[in-house]
Ligand binder design. Sequence first.
Ligand code: SF4
Length: 518
Amino acid sequence: MARQQQWKWAKDVDRLNEVEKLKLEKDGLDVIPDIEKYAQTGFESIPEEEFARFKWAGLYLQRPKSDGYFMMRVRIPTGILNSRQVRVLAEVARDYGRGLIDVTTRQAVQYHWLRIENIPDIFRRLKEVGLYSYEACGDCPRNIVGNPLAGIDPYELIDTRPIVAELEKTFLLNKEFSNLPRKYKISVSANIHNAGHAQINDVAFTPAIKEIDGERVVGFHVWVGGGLSNRPHLAQQLDIFVRPEQVVDVAVGITKVFRDYGYREKRHRARLKFLVADWGPEKFLEVLTELIGPYPSRGEDQLKEWNGGYFTGVHPQKQEGLCYVGLNIPVGRTSAEEFFQLADLADQYGSGSVRTVNTQNVIIPDVPRERVDDLLKEPLLERLTPYPKTFVGHAISCTGKEFCNLALTETKQLMYRTVQYLDSRIDLDVPIRLHVNGCPNSCGQQQIADIGLLGGKLKTPAGMVEAYTVSVGGHLNGKGRFNTQLKGRVEANDVPRVLESLVLFYKNERQPGESFAD
Ligand code: SF4
């Protein structure tokens, strides 16, 4: 109880939303040991209210809830894996998840079809290789995203791996931060092309340089209050410069501000973005400074043009003679079989390292230049090709109605069908990024897409059908910009042809050098 008294709303329980009351009764993390018990007693023995806490174990009920299957998300901080971990991820999918693996927009992986009886063994297998599903969901610090090329990136100011590891150690399973008002997303990247998608995270660290006492110091600028879902907000920068060794202190301070001042009455107003929007970055910094003391003001921002989060193809690393090979996973859906092969290729051609990317793709790093041609001939790279066609190579999809209880529409098949159609009919020299969400929660991040699709329903003479709003022109350059919704809704069957018209209009009418977002 002492910990709960740290935040003011605990004194006024009647005003809390229902999820807050559940969290006061029992911390989300306390469900983890109980899952061992439920695995023995069976799905039917799980009290209804416990499913809300299962998120802290990285588990959601899969659609339809009554069938008793779970979806599990595994955190992969900044997307860095070794081949042993990749094999264990593949084994779990093979043994318990019907072989399916989805790579998510936060560099995590997701399983489907899991049974409660299997969960303790999955926890054990993951833990043996240093992987966790804990706090991959829930009102707590989620998987830390960032630069998938950390440590090998010619365009990073510093290697952020030690910082991310320290943050993970600080936040994971820490009950000081396991009861936040809502989900909480951290991004850390020193890549100058905004690999961590700073503006759509609750807190983000991006590369900066400041002259201090005559020395040019490499560090970070700090953004707060970004987030998508309904009522999306772009994060705003605080007037603060942070040295690498100070990142954890600052992240802890920001998290305490959110924990203690974030809104807990209305669930839809609970994300940090609403507090930051109400306070503004100046007041937020004032309150933060009371906790962490004064920091120097901002230095020189080092962010240049956003790369969209795409690393497909063969590229030189900062280590002379080594390359990384970015592979496309069509709409983020892969398999145990492909993950086994990926682990083998990473060992055979690279250093055993594999990276997951927030565009639902993967990277094999550390490949000697002279071995690249052989790697490119491997059978796995026929499907997970480093040289995908334009549209399939820039397509993102959330889970959708296939497995997600919140979904209004199917998503992955629609997106795959659409990009196949577009790639077969349009030859374009620049990428157009397509994203689809099956509901406003925006796991597919449709607001930052060149063309974003949001699933909903449409009343037609034949009854209610699945349909999508279309939004155009989002990006994360500079301060970032969300796309603009066009009028009307498009029935699912018409999506490929409507997008074809939009893309052809751009292709035929554009001025020299004009991008789709322009
Ligand atoms: Fe489910 Fe909605 Fe997230 Fe898609 S955006 S995975 S439908 S919650």
